[in-house]
Design a protein around this ligand. Structure first.
Ligand SMILES: Cc1ncc(COP(=O)(O)O)c(C=O)c1O
Length: 418
């Protein structure tokens, strides 16, 4: 396989291993979801460094494509976006008493509030002499953050008092769904009923929020009745499906990240050669082993033996244990010395957009017994992110090749690197 055949990779000098992120795919996915969600607006969820894709670059691409809000879990993540010069409406929703609420208010970051945070937010607003922008969160059934239904009345009442004092403005009311990725489950209906009741109670108390929001990616696709004013989408903007029975193309999404490296070694071995720690795998026949220099320190799950790697136009499962830095493929055939030498340095793709029948993050999720969210998010900082823009290169997003790339250490001028 030549680098030109590798999604998002052209004949540019790539690092030895890279998570190549196609910003055109991000924009495509945002447009696709915005089309489904309209007239509701789109909040691009860029927590956890943009699900491993790079929060700043993804945020800019998402805003370019029509997202009007950004969302993070932590205030520190939101502050990093502001420090990068991003001024869009921005909500952070997961706090502790150590959260720097004052810095958030000064930076114009909206704050999710489930209860105990209210007094901290109000104290911070007094300190910085600026009203906080607050989204009250109600737990409609997920059992994590959010006010209980029983406490909702009180939280709303206290928020209204502080609003009347000029210390805050309730700009949003929100909740989070538990099983929207399983559309047949009735709990989503129940959560929506509870949400509507909570909204009615808040409106009766005089709250007139700018945005009411509960939908995540799966609800954006399957539950128009959950769109309200804003959908908070994460996994979909990265081009991945939240559903177990539907993959990206069926949803009109394009996976944005390609994880690849180059073959580090290739050798002929006899039958009964043990492979990797534990010698859990033994070759059946004389064969060729290819060494792939990515391992669990790079974020590939150690348990994902059997995960697919695309090499030279074919896909091979990882054999033996995945180690800290490396994994092994059994090519299942005896190659000549010249052929083995030629394979060293060839691109090896763990997952990408699948345009050439190559593996998806979903396949690694299956191999590891987890979800695609975890696969992309856990790619470690040892793997440089490289940004490409297949649209800017004048090529179709799904053409399988992009022109140019920039690592996250290089200036990308808004992410349009090519
Ligand atoms: C509160 C909240 N809203 C929205 C999202 C986005 O979810 P998804 O990635 O399924 O779209 C998340 C992610 O887990 C979240 O925690």
């Amino acid at each position: 396989m030549s680098p030109e055949d590798t999604p998002g990779v052209h004949a540019v000098s790539l690092p030895e291993r890279a998570a190549v992120v196609d910003l055109a795919a991000i924009r495509h996915n945002v447009r696709r979801i915005a089309g489904i969600a309209a007239p509701a607006k789109v909040m691009a969820v860029v927590k956890a460094d943009g699900y491993g894709h790079g929060a700043v670059q993804v945020a800019r691409a998402a805003l370019d494509a029509g997202a009007s809000w950004l969302g993070t879990a932590h205030v520190s993540e939101a502050l990093a976006l502001r420090a990068a010069g991003i001024e869009a409406p921005l909500l952070a929703w997961l706090h502790t008493p150590d959260t720097d609420f004052a810095a958030a208010i000064e930076a114009g970051i909206d704050l999710g509030c489930s209860g105990w945070e209210l007094e901290h937010i109000v104290a911070a607003a007094r300190q910085v002499e600026r009203p906080a922008r607050v989204h009250l969160k109600v737990d409609t059934g997920l059992g994590r953050n959010g006010s209980t239904v029983e406490s909702w009345d009180r939280l709303v009442g206290e928020a209204v008092e502080h609003q009347d004092e000029g210390l805050l403005r309730v700009v949003g009311i929100f909740s989070h769904l538990a099983v929207a990725d399983e559309p047949h489950r009735e709990e989503t209906d129940q959560q929506l009923d509870v949400f509507r009741e909570a909204l009615a109670l808040a409106e009766d108390a005089g709250i007139d929020p700018e945005v009411r929001h509960i939908a995540n990616t799966p609800a954006a696709f399957t539950r128009p009745d959950a769109h309200f004013d804003l959908v908070r989408v994460g996994i979909g903007i990265y081009g991945l499906s939240p559903f177990t029975d539907q993959r990206s193309p069926e949803l009109g999404l394009i996976p944005a990240m390609t994880l690849l490296t180059r073959v580090a070694n290739c050798k002929a071995v006899p039958a009964d050669q043990g492979v990797s720690y534990g010698l859990n795998y033994r070759t059946d026949d004389p064969t060729t082993l290819a060494l792939i220099p990515l391992g669990y320190a790079d974020g590939v799950p150690r348990v994902a033996t059997g995960g697919p790697v695309r090499l030279g136009g074919a896909t091979y499962p990882v054999v033996g244990r995945i180690a800290m830095d490396q994994m092994v493929l059994d090519l299942g055939t005896r190659l000549s010395e010249e052929e083995r030498a030629a394979l060293v340095g060839e691109p090896a793709v763990l997952f990408g957009d699948g345009h050439d029948g190559g593996p998806l993050a979903d396949d690694w999720a299956s191999a590891a017994g987890t979800i695609n969210y975890e696969i992309v998010t856990r790619i470690s900082s040892r793997v440089p992110r490289v940004y490409v823009d297949s649209e800017a290169a004048g090529e179709a997003v799904d053409s399988g090749a992009a022109g140019g790339g920039a690592t996250d250490n290089e200036a990308t001028d808004g992410g349009d690197a090519a």
